[in-house]
Write a protein of this length. Structure first.
Length: 533
């Protein structure tokens, strides 16, 4: 990341070629509840809801919340798995005019309590199988309405009671604004309110139209929903399906064989996943694909983490040329897009910026770098935040005077404006003064036929400051030892990049988006010590 260039590596999406086309009509569940009342909208296992049922039940929840004092502008937290009830609650909040705070169901009760207090949430929906620790952690928070989905007890209201309320018809004027707390991989989680930047409303509308053209749903799609509702992508998928009247197939817990069954059984045409999901599909034995018709797939979209070339090749060979890739961050929205076929023309790229999105690659001193040089990525977009929820303004180290936000990733831009990610800046390993990018080492590890997934970190070293350590998941029915993995790395990497040790583990720690939590892997080695980056 060192060095400074005289030319600016600064990409801007072309404006003239990204005219807003095919903007969706302002329709939603209420429209389909009248136009197609008895058509199935959502399916989860043996449960389903029609458009009319979805609308009526959301009216009931909106009425129940209003009776408990929840009003327009309030923050309501929703901590659930991917399930039918999320759609009911989301629509209810939009009918009231609330903001929806998506909470990762993997967070500890203490973490949830901290976020609830920080956000000032007025209500919390939860579906914990054992809710006692959560209730103990949040029960003392003043003016907090607690609603359990699978709960029966006296410490919270129940969703089933809400659904039985006779309620007047309400109309949702707009989707509930999302509040998403960052995963906290570099410190205390902070709330991001996903809304257009003040004064950028027209640019935001044109930006949204451009984003919608990249691997977008179209009317008639059957949508498989496997993305968490605690991030922006999951809600966006559901809301787009509601706007178009598309049927949604809900998979609460990811299972690769069940994915194949659902695609076959329901003729799924649209699916968004993270690389981990596709890796687990690719690890299935060949017989799992026998008699499974996958030809209905029209769009596969992948994001949330880098996708290796070998995995892209497997996806294209299995599903056909339907893979859409993109890059984004909670604080700035979607940044780039790469359509099908371009991965072979621009291998390793995550595409070009959307309209009204600008990318600046900068050196350690903050100066712009020339095309091709590797540095930190700064982004300006119609969604770029000015600050976090209930927090002081951002410092110039994170948001400059021109409105560019420092996203924390490392990459480069080529002469044609295509972005290439290298790694997270916090994950960079500095050994003997040399920069080592874990993503490059991980890509080499994943070339081994027995390795399903890998994570690489830097751990303390008395001589070099840091040394490379790898953690590997092994594919089912495969076996490999540390010596074989190290020998494999020496065939694919320069010696200074090779891991000095390898640990084989059952499962890498991940957040709800499937991103590996490297902080969890580093913590035992760095406890009580300071890293230089």
């Amino acid at each position: 990341m060192s060095g400074s260039g005289v030319e600016t590596s600064h990409a801007r999406a072309p404006g003239a070629s990204a005219q807003a086309q095919g903007e969706r009509a302002n329709v939603g569940v209420e429209h389909w509840a009248e136009a197609r009342p008895d058509e199935i909208a959502l399916i989860e296992d043996d449960r389903s809801l029609t458009w009319r049922q979805l609308n009526i039940l959301s009216d009931a929840v909106a009425e129940a919340l209003s009776q408990q004092g929840v009003a327009a502008g309030d923050v309501v937290a929703v901590r659930t798995h991917i399930r039918i009830e999320w759609a009911i609650i989301d629509l209810a909040l939009s009918k009231i005019g609330c903001r929806l705070l998506g909470l990762n169901w993997r967070l500890t009760p203490g973490e949830v309590a901290g976020i609830i207090s920080d956000s000032g949430a007025r209500a919390l929906f939860f579906d914990d199988s054992d809710p006692a620790p959560l209730l103990d952690a949040v029960v003392s928070i003043p003016s907090l309405t607690l609603v359990g989905i699978d709960y029966s007890g006296d410490k919270a209201s129940t969703l089933s009671d809400m659904l039985d309320i006779a309620a007047p018809t309400r109309i949702a004027k707009a989707p509930a604004p999302l509040v998403i707390y960052t995963s906290g991989t570099t410190g205390r989680p902070r709330g991001v309110v996903i809304a257009p930047r003040p004064g950028a409303e027209q640019a935001f509308a044109e930006y949204q139209a451009d984003v919608a053209q990249h691997g977008a749903q179209v009317a008639g799609d059957v949508v498989l929903v496997t993305m968490p509702m605690s991030h922006a992508i999951g809600p966006a998928i559901v809301r787009a399906a509601e706007a178009l009247g598309n049927r949604m197939i809900i998979l609460r817990r990811f299972d690769p064989e069940e994915v194949l069954r659902l695609i076959d059984a329901y003729r799924v045409s649209f699916w968004t996943g993270v690389p981990t999901m596709f890796k687990r599909l690719a690890a299935l034995p060949a017989e799992a694909f026998v008699d499974r018709d996958l030809s209905s797939i029209r769009v596969l979209s992948v994001g949330g983490a880098p996708t290796t070339t070998s995995l892209k090749q497997w996806i294209n060979a299995t599903f056909g040329p339907c893979l859409y890739e993109g890059y984004g961050a909670s604080e700035v929205g979607m940044v780039t897009a790469l359509p099908p076929g371009m991965d072979s023309d621009r291998p390793g790229s995550c595409g070009r910026p959307f309209r009204h999105v600008e990318i600046s690659v900068r050196g350690t001193d903050g100066s712009p770098l020339a095309p091709g040089e590797i540095g930190e990525i700064w982004v300006r977009s119609p969604l770029a935040i000015n600050g976090y929820l209930n927090a002081p303004p951002l410092s110039p180290e994170d948001l400059d005077v021109e409105g560019f936000f420092r996203v924390g990733d490392v990459g480069r831009i080529d002469e044609q404006g295509y972005l290439y990610l290298v790694d997270r800046s916090k994950d960079l390993i500095v050994a003997g003064g040399v920069n080592i990018y874990p993503a490059e080492v991980e890509a080499a590890l994943l070339k081994h036929p027995a390795i399903q997934d890998a994570a690489v970190i830097g751990i303390p070293d008395d001589d070099f400051g840091e040394r490379v350590k790898a953690f590997c998941e092994v594919k089912p029915s495969h076996s490999v030892d540390e010596a074989e993995i190290l020998q494999h790395c020496r065939r694919h990497l320069a010696s200074y990049k090779c891991p000095r040790s390898v640990e084989i583990i059952d499962e890498l720690p991940r957040n709800a988006m499937g991103k590996v939590l490297k902080r969890n892997l580093r913590q035992p080695y760095w406890e009580g010590q300071e890293r230089s980056i």
